[in-house]
Design a protein around this ligand. Structure first.
Ligand SMILES: C[S@@+](CC[C@H](N)C(=O)[O-])C[C@H]1O[C@@H](n2cnc3c(N)ncnc32)[C@H](O)[C@@H]1O
Length: 255
C-alpha cells in the first residue's frame, strides 16, 4: 500500500514514520508513506497557502490552487487519477481523503475498509480549513478522528496511517494479531491482560491464566471482554452478537 500525505508541515511526520512498527513496515517495503509539502506548489510570489475567507469571519483558509496542484503532481507521479466523482472502476484502488471534523468518524471498520485500498491520499487542512472547491473536485471522503477540533489534519493523518498500516498483512509480527483486539471481529473491547511477575504490589494474576487450559482461558477472556464492554461501551453490545446464554449471564452480573 502507498499512503501519500499532503501537508504544509511535512517535517511533523519524520519521527512518526520512522519509528516502531510503521518504520519497520516501511523498511520492509510493506508500505510506502510519503509526506509532500503543499507550499512549493503555491503560485504566489511568497508561496502563500492561505487567504482570508470570502464573507468574512475569523481566521484564514487554505487556498484551492496550491492544494490542487500538489494533488495533481502526486497523482501524476503515482500514475493514479486525481479527480473525485469518477465512477468506482475509474478510481479503483485509490481513495483521496480530507481530514476534517465534519467527516465520517474513523472506526476500526473504516480502517479495515481503507486497508483494502492500494493507495490513500490524505489531505491535511490547517487554519480554518480548506476552500470547499478543492474538496468538491479532488476529495472522495472526509474523515474525522473524533468530536473535537485540532489545529491541523497532520495528527489525524498519522492516526489513519497507523491504524490502517497495522492491518496490512505482515506489518504486525505473528505474535501481535489484529484479530483478537478491541473493536475486532468479536465487536467487543479487549479483556484484561497480565504479564510477569505473577505478583505485583500485592496483586496476583487471575488463576485461570496460569493453568494452561486454553478452553478455560478463552472462556474467561470472552466473559471479561463482555463485562468490560458492558461497563465502558454498552453501545457496542448491540452489534456484538452475544449468545442468549451470554446475555442472561450479563443480566445476572448486573443485578
Ligand atoms: C482548526 S481545524 C478547522 C476546523 C473547521 N473550521 C471546522 O470548524 O470544522 C484545521 C484543520 O484541522 C484538521 N482537523 C481538525 N479537527 C479534526 C478532526 N477532529 N478530525 C480530523 N481532522 C481535523 C482539519 O484538516 C482542519 O482543516
Amino acid at each position: 500500500m502507498t499512503i501519500d500525505i499532503l501537508t504544509i508541515f511535512p517535517e511533523m511526520f519524520d519521527s512518526v514514520l520512522n519509528a516502531s512498527i510503521l518504520g519497520r513496515a516501511r523498511q520492509a517495503g510493506l508500505i510506502e508513506i510519503e509526506a509532500t509539502d503543499i507550499r512549493p506548489f503555491s503560485a504566489s510570489k511568497h508561496k502563500n497557502t492561505d487567504d482570508y475567507p470570502f464573507g468574512g469571519g475569523a481566521g484564514m483558509l487554505m487556498m484551492a490552487q496550491p492544494i490542487a496542484d500538489c494533488m495533481k503532481a502526486v497523482c501524476e507521479k503515482r500514475g493514479v487519477p486525481c479527480l473525485s466523482n469518477l465512477e468506482p472502476h475509474e478510481s479503483a484502488g485509490v481513495k483521496r481523503i480530507y481530514l476534517s471534523p465534519r467527516g465520517v468518524p474513523l472506526t476500526q471498520k473504516l480502517a479495515q475498509e481503507l486497508s483494502q485500498e492500494e493507495h490513500l491520499i490524505l489531505l491535511c487542512g490547517h487554519y480554518e480549513g480548506v476552500d470547499q472547491r478543492v474538496l468538491d473536485k479532488y476529495i472522495d471522503l472526509e474523515v474525522s478522528i473524533g468530536d473535537y477540533v485540532l489545529t491541523g489534519g497532520e495528527l489525524g493523518a498519522m492516526v489513519i496511517a497507523d491504524c490502517v498500516a497495522r492491518l496490512i498483512p505482515g506489518v504486525l509480527g505473528s505474535e501481535e494479531s489484529p484479530q483478537d483486539e478491541s473493536f475486532s471481529d468479536a465487536g467487543l473491547l479487549e479483556y484484561p491482560q497480565y504479564t510477569r511477575p505473577r505478583e505485583f504490589e500485592g496483586m496476583t494474576v487471575p488463576e485461570v491464566l496460569l493453568n494452561g487450559d486454553h478452553a478455560k482461558i478463552a472462556a474467561w477472556r470472552r466473559e471479561q471482554a463482555i463485562l468490560a464492554t458492558a461497563q465502558r461501551r454498552p453501545d457496542l453490545l448491540k452489534t456484538a452478537g452475544l449468545t442468549e446464554k451470554e446475555k442472561q449471564a450479563l443480566l445476572r452480573d448486573r443485578s
